[in-house]
Design a protein around this ligand. Structure first.
Ligand code: SF4
Ligand code: MG
Length: 335
């Protein structure tokens, strides 16, 4: 049994312009002790799919359908049949406890007027019964675990007294506090400079080894994924368009969008930041009937506009949704 198994998740947002179909029927899984990457440009649905899992969608967001099995338990609100209170109660017990999140921007997540210690022990107070002395001891351990020197002094400080890299370490310590089985890291290094980014990714890898947690790493940067993840899901236009082992994605990408992302990373003339592929993502208020990438794809064929390509399995681990990998049935080429 997988640690997390998502099937056919669809999430939408009500807006003044209409319903935005942000996540469109995605399926993915994470095993205990593995780091899985979800990669895509902003607006691809990668963060919203994980906010759906955590029950952290904004008020105008709804999970329309799908199953989310976490550690053997169904946690999709769809299964609660309108009983929002029961769903909230379940998620309050899970969030920050067996499942936790590392957010992109430490400054907006940390409370500027509370000490590091107060913020660090908060999930422990919510989920575990511990005495004041035990809480303090655990806070010291957590800072040590994430590589912050002089923890006793740091605990008394406020977020603005720490560097950006240290603040992100504190966020990671908060996420680790209750020994979660699954950690979801949403662009954890985007706000940091490059050398600190590498250190934070190293830290996440090390902690995964030590704790055996499953980790989902959400990023727009395939370079980050290369150094950390065993498997990767590529998202575009609310859909997973390719998935595979990190090596399969790097050395045998099959989807033109994946190749486009890789071309940006591999070009030594460019910095590691992804250069956007020309064109813009599809309007998810009126999602395209066919392949979401069709307007930006230089290999597009007639059929691409009309029909969504089915998922084609290329190996036990590698799958892609692109008409290029479909063998045309006799006489139907260019349909
Ligand atoms: Fe390009 Fe067609 Fe493949 Fe979509 S299905 S990525 S448009 S070739
Ligand atoms: Mg995001």
């Amino acid at each position: 049994m997988s640690l997390l198994e998502i099937k056919n998740l669809t999430t939408s947002f009500a807006t003044e312009q209409g319903k935005v179909q942000a996540v469109r029927g995605i399926s993915l899984s994470v095993e205990q002790g593995e780091i899985v990457g979800i990669v895509g440009e902003s607006g691809s649905g990668k963060s919203q799919s994980m906010y759906s899992v955590m029950g952290l969608l904004s008020e105008n967001g709804t999970i329309e359908s799908g199953s989310i099995l976490f550690d053997g338990q169904e946690i999709s609100p769809v299964q609660f049949d309108g009983n929002a209170a029961a769903y909230e109660k379940l998620m309050e017990g899970i969030r920050g406890n067996s499942m936790s999140m590392i957010f992109q921007d430490p400054m907006s997540f940390l409370n500027p007027v509370l000490t590091i210690e107060k913020q660090l022990v908060e999930p422990l107070k919510n989920h575990k019964k511990m005495s004041a002395a035990e809480l303090h001891q655990k806070a010291v351990e957590l800072l040590t675990q994430v590589g912050i020197p002089s923890p006793e002094e740091r605990l008394k400080q406020y977020p603005h007294q720490l560097s950006g890299g240290m603040r992100q370490r504190v966020i990671i310590a908060i996420a680790l506090a209750c020994n979660p089985k699954l950690i979801i890291a949403d662009e954890p290094t985007t706000a940091l400079d490059v050398t600190i980014q590498a250190k934070i990714i190293e830290l996440i890898k090390e902690l995964k080894e030590k704790t055996g947690s499953g980790v989902i790493l959400i990023t727009h940067d395939l370079g980050v994924v290369a150094s950390a993840c065993s498997r990767v899901y590529i998202m575009y236009g609310g859909k997973i368009v390719e998935t595979g082992l990190a090596d399969e994605i790097y050395y045998q990408p099959q989807h033109p969008y994946t190749s486009g992302l890789l071309a940006c990373v591999n070009n030594p003339e460019e910095d590691t930041e992804l250069r956007p592929i020309p064109g813009s993502p599809p309007d998810l208020i009126k999602p395209p009937a066919g392949c979401p990438f069709v307007d930006r794809c230089d290999k597009a064929m007639k059929i691409c506009k009309m029909k969504m390509p089915p998922e084609r399995k290329l190996s036990d681990t590698h799958a892609v949704c692109c008409w290029l990998t479909e063998k045309p049935a006799s006489g139907k080429e260019g349909e």
